[in-house]
Design a protein around this ligand. Structure first.
Ligand code: SF4
Ligand code: SF4
Length: 109
């Protein structure tokens, strides 16, 4: 499988504390996210500044999501190359991705 551009990015996981919020997840799905990564209001991921607490690594170099298998829906819908991706990457001084790879799946940062 081709490596996702997200693995060398992580910009959208470090863009805004309002971004990795919970939306349509079931309680069962949310229960799988370790408490230490959930915010006080239980409305989304805990963030340190703009950065999601579950993001490890260095933005723009190498990153990974510590809860990848159980990450929120919003994290699954952000696709490499889409407008939100470009916006997040710009904030971090990274060039926009030219194309959305076919079957890119979801971002893996
Ligand atoms: S979706 Fe875009 S901004 Fe988010 S980690 Fe992937 S490449 Fe980076
Ligand atoms: S993909 Fe993971 S690290 Fe990124 S915002 Fe979502 S939960 Fe946080």
């Amino acid at each position: 499988m081709a490596e996702s551009p997200c693995q060398a990015c992580g910009a959208c996981c470090s863009y805004s504390a309002n971004w990795p919020r919970f939306t349509t997840e079931s309680d069962t799905a949310l229960d799988l996210i370790p408490e230490k990564f959930v915010n006080e209001g239980l409305s989304g991921m805990r963030c340190e500044g703009d950065r999601c607490a579950a993001l490890s690594g260095k933005v723009g170099e190498m990153t990974s999501c510590q809860i990848y298998a159980v990450r929120p829906e919003v994290c699954r819908t952000c696709m490499p190359g889409d407008p939100e991706c470009a916006m997040a990457r710009r904030r971090h001084g990274l060039p926009a991705l030219a194309v959305v790879p076919a079957n890119a799946g979801t971002h893996t940062a």
